[in-house]
Write a protein that binds this ligand. Structure first.
Ligand code: NAD
Length: 696
């Protein structure tokens, strides 16, 4: 149970925070601290109090399991606890080890003295949730480390070693031995010397050139902050520490905190924070499901994806055997992997010997015999069912029982791939995104027969290689690519109706996407979308043809790789340049279609593209392809450059209001150029909108 335990050691009371995993400052812990301080005050034999954390760590801050619950705001709140500590008549010493973050650091700043191990880390990471430290951190930290250090820490939210503040008033002592024993000894010394209580609130804070400093800092922070309001509010709060008496400064901090709490940006960041934690939970696969051991990984296909995939495992210290049918492809793949490590060394991100150690874990093969003893194989060969089936038949005949057989397919039916083995329970999809060693997203595709322990193992290995793994059912394109198709379709239809590639991309990039849909298509390769369209035209003859995109592909304009697509590209460069040739193609197509171009607003562009994502997302949820709306959001935040401060398409739709989304769709339905039925709201969306509910 979470609590703060009380004991005495001689004349010193010891309050030990105990709330695994990070001693979050939940309600029971807060109450425990207050009870401990009261008890110590009432006990005449106690002369000082030490607050320490159990399990080798002081406190990671707020208890996130209480977020959004009444417990979070229940008294004693953290500011109340800090006030009771600070006004205690007996010296209170914080004994800091491991993590001292957020509310944990604010709690320590409320103590009269602080002792830290040299390995401890400190941070005020609230800005990462679009907030600022709201329990006095912005007022007390500048008083002990100075305005500039405090501002840096608060605005960046980064974690730094406690030793960075050696010589400042943040720590009174460092412990090189047993922290608790040293803290108790320090308490005895403080009492023996009759040292006065040091209340951080009473320290003076100033800056020799406050006005120009804050002006300069404001300009820098504004640039860095982009769409996020929190960093500038952090600056305002720190400025209040300099300009206002302590209690007024605290009020300013509280007001700014409350303002940030109401911003959509903070709501989105908090949503993403919790969404990320939820992705790993699979309702019918309990957390204690046994996992298979992965000591050696095989990767088949040394192309774009295979070589990137291999790097993930090498980085994690797991040996990889990469196999390709062609020696020259193998050589190219290995050369690519080598160049990635060389690049890291050149940029100073990795030491030469570390890179060599990673590369020493890489083995190559052209024969499946090398796979007799691997624990996990990831196939990344050509996107062709026949080729994949052959590979899986060979794996089935070669790999030891219990080896996990994964496919990186982006579109093919995993169940059909699994069916050509005698062990479909061991087959799973591991859909990486390009570049696979960089992109955070991993779609874990659960086939009809995929065993629970296989899923649990893949989710665990995803954490080891630092991916955000989202479970998807089997369907054409899984979660991410299935949704991107209607999104890109809308962009292409608006090209016919009157928008230019530049306008569409700019509108979507102004909304916050890393890249607009047409620049993205040029990057991915126009031929890929074209192949999908041709297949869809054949399967659904009634489907609206995307004439402009098809025409550009017929001309061999496949995007960056051919130097021309919706834009033109100069040799070796990625800048998308305007191309009058594309204007001509667009004009011709409009004429052939009998369309008189109209002015399309940026708002319409954003709504049609984003709501196309939302509607397909709702269908995906309805069909059980995604487990929860927030998983879809994570796919878009980590794999498709959706603006994080908007929280993902489903969260964004919730914020707009599903009824408003549905009404916009109604208007789009009246447009004669859209595909009939396309803007029918998904039943889930319509149902939630009617009930006034949300996806998340
Ligand atoms: P690629 O053409 O760059 O590489 C494929 C490699 O597989 C080649 O080196 C080829 O020699 C090798 N290969 C082909 N058949 C083989 C066989 N039978 N045995 C051994 N090796 C064989 O392709 P890619 O872009 O890396 O794509 C690979 C897979 O990853 C495809 O299924 C693709 O859909 C999927 N994928 C690609 C991307 C992407 O952005 N490129 C993203 C996600 C998933």
């Amino acid at each position: 149970m979470s609590d703060a335990h009380y004991e005495t050691q001689g004349n010193t009371a010891l309050i030990r925070l105990d709330n695994p995993p990070v001693n979050g400052l939940g309600h029971a812990v807060r109450r425990g601290i207050v009870n401990g301080i009261r008890r110590a005050e009432q006990d005449d034999s106690v002369r000082a109090v030490v607050i320490a954390g159990a399990n080798g760590s002081f406190s990671g801050g707020a208890d996130i399991s209480e977020f959004g619950t009444p417990k979070m705001l229940a008294e004693p709140t953290l500011p109340t606890v800090i006030n009771i500590i600070e006004t205690s008549r007996k010296p209170v010493i914080a004994a800091i080890d491991g993590n001292c973050m957020g509310g944990g650091l604010e709690l320590a700043l409320g103590c009269h003295f602080r002792i830290s191990t040299r390995g401890a880390s400190v941070a005020l990471p609230e800005v990462k949730l679009g907030l600022l430290p709201g329990a006095g951190g912005t007022q007390r930290l500048p008083r002990v480390v100075g305005v500039e250090h405090a501002l840096n820490l608060i605005v960046s939210g980064t974690t730094v070693p406690a030793t960075m503040f050696e010589g400042s008033a943040l720590f009174d002592a460092y412990s090189d031995g047993e922290l608790e024993a040293d803290a108790v000894a320090l308490a005895g010394q403080i009492v023996a010397e009759g040292r006065p209580l040091k209340r951080v609130r009473d320290l003076r804070v100033s800056h020799p050139k406050a006005e120009p400093f804050f002006l300069y800092a404001r300009n820098g922070i504004r640039q860095m902050a982009g769409a996020y309001p929190a960093p500038l509010k952090c600056l305002e709060a720190v400025r209040a520490a300099v300009d206002q008496p302590f209690d007024e400064g605290l009020q300013t901090e509280r007001r700014l905190f409350a303002e940030l709490m109401q911003t959509p940006e903070s709501a989105a960041l908090r949503h993403a924070f919790f969404a990320e934690r939820k992705t790993s939970k699979i309702p019918d696969v309990p957390a204690d499901t046994p996992v298979r051991e992965i000591r050696h990984v095989g990767v088949i296909g040394a192309g774009t994806m295979g070589s990137g995939i291999a790097i993930n495992f090498l980085n994690a210290g797991i040996p990889v055997t990469i196999l390709d049918m062609k020696q020259e492809s193998l050589d190219r793949g290995v050369a690519h992997i080598r160049s990635v490590y060389e690049g890291r060394v050149k940029k100073g991100k990795m030491k030469q010997d570390e890179a060599e150690q990673k590369l020493a874990l890489l083995h190559t093969a052209t024969d499946y015999d090398a796979y007799r003893d691997v624990d996990l194989v990831i196939e990344a060969v050509f996107e062709d069912m026949g080729v994949k089936q052959q590979v899986f038949e060979t794996l089935d005949a070669t790999c030891k029982p219990g080896a996990i057989l994964a496919s990186n397919t982006s579109t093919l039916d995993l169940n059909r791939i699994a069916a050509c083995t005698g062990r479909p329970q061991d087959v799973v999809g591991m859909h990486f995104f390009s570049p696979a060693n960089v992109m955070k997203l991993l779609e874990v595709v659960r086939g009809d027969a995929t065993a629970k322990d296989v899923l649990a193992t893949v989710m665990k290995i995803a954490r080891t290689i630092r991916k955000t793994a989202v479970v998807s059912g089997v369907c054409d394109g899984f979660i991410g690519n299935r949704m991107v198709l209607p999104y890109q379709r809308e962009a292409l239809i608006m090209l016919e109706e009157g928008a230019s590639p530049e306008q569409i991309d700019r509108a979507i990039e102004d909304f916050g996407f890393v890249m607009g849909p047409l620049r993205m298509a040029d990057l991915a390769g126009g031929d890929i979308g074209w192949a999908i369209r041709k297949r869809q035209y054949a399967e659904h003859p009634e489907m609206k043809r995307l004439v402009i995109a098809d025409r550009l592909c017929e001309m061999g304009r496949f995007g960056q790789k051919t130097g021309a697509g919706f834009y033109r590209y100069e040799q070796g460069r990625r800048d998308a340049l305007h191309d009058p040739e594309v204007d001509r193609v667009i004009d011709d197509c409009r004429r052939e279609l009998g369309i008189t171009p109209r002015r399309i607003s940026d708002r319409e562009i954003v709504e049609r593209c984003v709501y196309a994502l939302v509607n397909e997302g709702a269908r995906i949820l309805d069909e059980g392809i995604a487990q929860r709306a927030s998983d879809i959001d994570m796919v878009y935040l980590t794999g498709y450059g959706f603006p994080v401060y908007r929280g993902g398409p489903m969260h964004y739709a919730d914020q707009v209001g599903l009824m408003n989304v549905e009404r916009a769709m109604e208007q789009f339905r009246a447009n004669p150029h859209v595909q009939p039925g396309f803007w029918e709201p998904a039943p889930l969306l319509a149902g939630l909108a009617a009930e006034g509910k949300t996806f998340n």
